[in-house]
Design a protein around this ligand. Structure first.
Ligand SMILES: Nc1ncnc2c1ncn2[C@@H]1O[C@H](COP(=O)(O)OP(=O)(O)OP(=O)(O)O)[C@@H](O)[C@H]1O
Ligand SMILES: [Mg+2]
Length: 464
């Protein structure tokens, strides 16, 4: 990769040597003999990197560094210091230099340092671009609906997005709670910090505590190394506790403590940790009713529901249905590279008569199937999926099937499930591995292999 470099040094011999070396490997080199000339050149055209001497007559390399950081923050600066001027190197790094080199500069080292600085610049630029895309994707822009009920939701989101208040998103399955949680994050000043989601139903209760708060090495069976929990991972950003209505009493107590005192400890740890995390929780249950039924702590409910946003079911905003259908037809047809006609008024009228227990998600699936099954020249036949109708018969607020993947790497999810299954089998078998292997349908050696691979500490397993 050829880079455009600006080399600044008051000594002609140094400039020339650098130019020769760098040009040889294909870089485009421009020379300046002092900071002023360098700034003039920078104003005239962009450079990928500035390599500057520190000690120069007039403005020093450190002055130049500060100016570049200010006006061209994306352009990395590498400084060259004289031998024995450690202070200069330290000062440069503090002022935001990408790296430093000690004169006389060896060629190999020069190349390594410059490549590293240039690579970091590319990564940073990619990150900025990625964040911009993500913000666009998850801002309110992606949320479809103009019904008064949805407009009220948007207003609430806009009003509280940038506050520190804990938000509880309540609504039936598939109404868009996760989408709104993203919107809350990406519309806040936390947008560039992490958004971390925890699906409370997808994680076995025994593991949830360590998943949220982390654990120290050796805290329990299988804790082979220290693990930073989701609270730590979300530091500076947003922690989205999805399906919060499903957590057990012990977890409710732990969570309440963190929300109240703002401190927690890793499992097996003694040090107290504090993080700056904004919590957004979601549930498709009526949490107030859960409180009344004694299944959810009232004090935790009030902690979570500082602001409650209730997302309306699709059946109560059918005016949004044509818009949603149109949105999904576009999205899925584009994704599949297909051309499909818009649905007929008849089809739309029929869709309005459905109960939509699975809400927008169910509608999206219906459209997806229609687009995939569509044959050229035919109408677009959109029909609600039958199995979803069965869900309606089961009563309101169906417990969702846990979807353990949730944006986490599949390997990580599988490993977690595997670990839980093996520990459970070993416990059930009272530690008799042959028995556990049989129960798991594995050969003994295969079980051995997995125990080793997952780092499960047999000695720590308590058999009850
Ligand atoms: N208003 C909307 N506009 C566009 N897409 C939407 C809207 N609401 C929901 N969706 C889409 O419907 C699907 C389900 O939404 P989401 O996952 O946010 O639902 P949920 O309320 O979290 O459901 P659950 O309680 O089952 O987890 C997603 O594909 C989402 O993008
Ligand atoms: Mg959800």
């Amino acid at each position: 990769m050829s880079a455009r470099l600006l080399v600044v040094d008051d000594e002609r011999a140094v400039r020339t040597a650098l130019e020769v070396n760098l040009s040889k490997r294909g870089d485009e080199v421009t020379l300046a003999e002092d900071a002023d000339e360098a700034l003039r050149l920078l104003r005239a055209r962009p450079f990928d990197l500035v390599l500057t001497d520190v000690k120069m007559p007039g403005a020093s390399g450190l002055d130049l560094l500060r100016r570049v950081r200010q006006s061209w923050p994306e352009t990395p600066v590498v400084v060259m210091t004289g031998q024995g001027s450690v202070e200069d190197a330290v000062a440069a790094m503090k002022a935001g230099a990408a790296d430093y080199l000690v004169k006389p500069v060896a060629r190999d080292e020069l190349f390594v340092v410059l490549d590293k600085a240039l690579e970091q610049r590319t990564l940073r630029a990619e990150l900025v671009q990625l964040r911009r895309e993500v913000t666009e994707r998850y801002g309110l822009e992606r949320i479809v609906g103009v019904s008064p009920a949805m407009v009220r939701v948007y207003e609430q989101v806009a009003a509280v997005a940038d506050s520190q208040a804990t938000v509880l998103l309540q609504g039936q399955t598939g109404t868009g709670k996760e989408l709104l949680a993203h919107a809350l994050h990406y519309r806040s000043r936390r947008a560039t910090a992490p958004f971390v989601r925890v699906n409370c139903t997808a994680i076995p209760e025994s593991l949830l505590e360590s998943e949220l708060f982390g654990h120290e090495q050796g805290a329990f069976t299988g804790a082979v190394r220290q693990h930073r929990g989701k609270f730590e991972q979300a530091d500076g950003g947003t922690l989205f506790l999805d399906e919060i209505g499903e957590i057990d009493a012990a977890m409710q107590a732990s969570l309440l403590r963190v929300l109240e005192v703002g401190e927690f400890q890793r499992v097996g740890g003694t040090g107290t940790l504090t993080v700056d995390v904004r919590v957004v929780a979601a549930t498709n249950r009526d949490l107030r009713a859960e409180v009344a039924a004694g299944r959810f702590r009232e004090d935790l409910f009030y902690r979570l529901a500082v602001v409650t946003i209730t997302v309306p079911p699709l059946a109560r905003r059918l005016d949004d249905l044509p818009l949603l259908v149109d949105h999904f037809v576009q999205e899925i047809a584009t994704r599949e590279g297909r051309v499909v006609p818009p649905p007929s008024p008849d089809t739309l009228a029929r869709l309005r008569e459905h109960a939509w227990p699975g809400n927008v998600r169910q509608l999206r699936h219906a459209v997806e199937r229609a687009v995939l099954l569509h044959r050229e020249g035919e109408e677009l036949h959109i029909t609600a999926v039958e199995e979803a109708e069965a869900v309606a018969d089961a009563g309101p607020a169906p417990t969702p099937v846990p979807t353990p993947v949730d944006g986490r790497p599949l390997g990580e999810v599988l490993e977690q499930v595997e670990r839980a299954a093996i520990i459970q089998a070993l416990r059930a078998a009272g530690g008799v591995q042959a028995q556990a292997a049989r129960d798991l349908g594995l050969s003994k050696s295969n079980l051995h292999y997995r125990i080793r691979k997952l780092g499960i500490e047999l000695a720590d397993l308590d058999y009850r």
